[in-house]
Design a protein around this ligand. Structure first.
Ligand SMILES: O=C(O)C1=C[C@@H](OP(=O)(O)O)[C@@H](O)[C@H](O)C1
Ligand SMILES: C=C(OP(=O)(O)O)C(=O)O
Length: 446
């Protein structure tokens, strides 16, 4: 079993101590209605914005997962009072005042890339630690930009990586250049801190932004908390004036990334799955996965507050797709591609080598282990049709590896997943939801 970082698992996981799960396809045709938890991206942004706002904010339908747990815990350690009641979260904002202290953000890229700027804009001293996987992910482009805006941020043992020491004396503001090619989160992290600076901040992004829709989500949520971002039509210039964040009552949308696994499940099993309280009218980029599934032969019924997908008897392949805009779903598509009638080539996702693991290498390794032919490229992969063979697959302490590979187990008998608990990063209830559709889910000993 691959070692995982147990410290990064929150008390919100129901899978503590479960080392391996065996999955079994449903005995009957899948026909299920499900609800998926709230969006990770919206929950962590709203938590941080509510913390720096003046006044009390309420988040309804907030996600309870490892990523949001560590974001809440880190904020609490800075003196922000937060009350969690089911999926309702009340945040008593302190207007950007934070106590000094030692914080831990687990594996949450959102907390890891959004908190430093907010702390640097305040007054105090913080040491911020992260999980093993977050320690390996890049942070230098954000740190460099924040330093150019006047932040005092030092690296710990490894330059360019977590842990970080931040001595907040406030951000001056100014003009900075950033690249958008490694992670959209660097741009979001800079934007979220920008109105807390003493002077206007202007960010020039010359090379385009991967998964740009996440920056849109940042700008929309900043607006919900009372701050306007002026964006050039091609997003090459983003400008923010000093302005206070104001508390708000926010309804968090269902997580589109999580919904996609269940739509993909319907696709490969010729089943039907309806996701309630979910709409295609979302700015979450993973909703674009619906059009990829349509191209593969799935039918969709789209209602005002549901999306229902139905799989064909045989999925269509034989195409190339650029998933730069929705790269969290690259693993999902790769995992269902063996069941298509032709090869599927995924392009434009080189940046996912810097997510929770090197996702291109990891999915190629696991699909090969399953006996599937794959070709790995620097910015993507091609998956050929094939029949996966029963085996134990590794999940790399990566929730999306686990959720995607579980789909193969939902179609082919005899697949076992090592360390299934990593799904708690964004969807602790993933396996109980799979079980609701009729998939057998059983803990087994390694
Ligand atoms: O800002 C966000 O909420 C996210 C941005 C994306 O990251 P990158 O832009 O680093 O690829 C995405 O993969 C992640 O799941 C969530
Ligand atoms: C890349 C991801 O997460 P993070 O928010 O940690 O970047 C993800 O959820 O696929």
């Amino acid at each position: 079993m691959v070692q995982f970082d147990s410290q990064a698992r929150s008390p919100w996981t129901p899978l503590a101590g479960v080392e391996r799960l065996r999955l079994t396809p449903s005995q009957k045709r899948i026909n299920a209605t499900l609800e998926v938890p709230g969006s990770k991206s919206a929950t962590n942004r709203a938590l941080l914005l509510a913390a720096v706002a003046s006044g009390t904010s309420t988040l309804r339908n907030a996600l309870k997962s490892d990523d949001t747990y560590w974001c809440i815990e880190a904020l609490k350690k800075t003196g922000v009072e937060i009350a969690v009641d089911g999926s309702n979260v009340t945040v008593y904002g302190r207007g950007g005042v934070f106590h000094s202290g030692s914080l831990y953000i687990g594996s949450a890229g959102t907390a890891g890339r959004f908190l430093p700027g907010m702390l640097a804009a305040a007054t105090g001293n913080w040491h911020v630690e992260a999980s093993h996987s977050m320690n390996k992910r890049p942070i230098a482009p954000l740190v460099k930009t924040l330093q150019a805006l006047g932040a005092n941020i030092q690296y710990g043992s490894r330059r360019g990586h977590y842990p970080l020491s931040i001595s907040g004396e406030g951000l001056n503001g100014g003009k900075v250049n950033m690249s958008g090619q490694l992670s959209s989160q660097f741009i979001s992290g800079c934007l979220l801190a920008a109105p807390l600076a003493k002077n206007p901040v202007s960010i020039t992004v010359k090379d385009g932004i991967v998964q740009q829709a996440y920056v849109r989500i940042t700008i929309d949520l900043m607006a919900a908390f009372g701050v306007e971002v002026k964006a050039a039509p091609d997003w090459s210039l983003l400008e923010v004036n000093p302005s206070p964040y104001v508390a708000n009552d926010i309804a968090i949308e269902a997580d589109a990334s999580t919904a996609c696994y269940f739509l993909a499940l319907a696709a490969i099993t010729a089943g039907k799955i309806r996701i309630r309280h979910f709409s295609t009218k979302t700015s979450q980029p993973d909703i674009l996965f619906v059009s990829i599934l349509k191209r593969m032969g799935c039918n969709f019924e789209i209602g005002p507050s549901f999306v229902e997908g139905e799989g064909p008897t045989r999925l269509r392949g034989g195409f190339t797709v650029n998933m730069n805009e929705l790269s969290d779903q690259a693993l999902t598509l790769a995992a269902i591609s063996p069941f298509a009638d032709g090869p599927i080539a995924i392009e434009g996702v080189g940046h996912i080598r810097h997510h929770e693991c090197d996702r291109i290498r990891a999915i190629c390794t696991e699909l090969s282990r399953l006996g599937i032919r794959v070709e790995e490229r620097h910015d993507g992969l091609t998956v050929y049709p094939g029949q996966p063979k029963p085996t134990v697959v590794n999940t790399y302490d990566d929730h999306r590896m686990a959720m995607a590979l579980a789909l193969i187990g939902a179609k082919v008998d005899g697949i076992e997943l090592d360390d299934p608990g990593c799904v708690a990063k964004t969807c602790p209830s993933y396996f109980s939801m799979l079980a609701q559709t009729g998939i057998g889910v059983k803990a087994v000993s390694p």
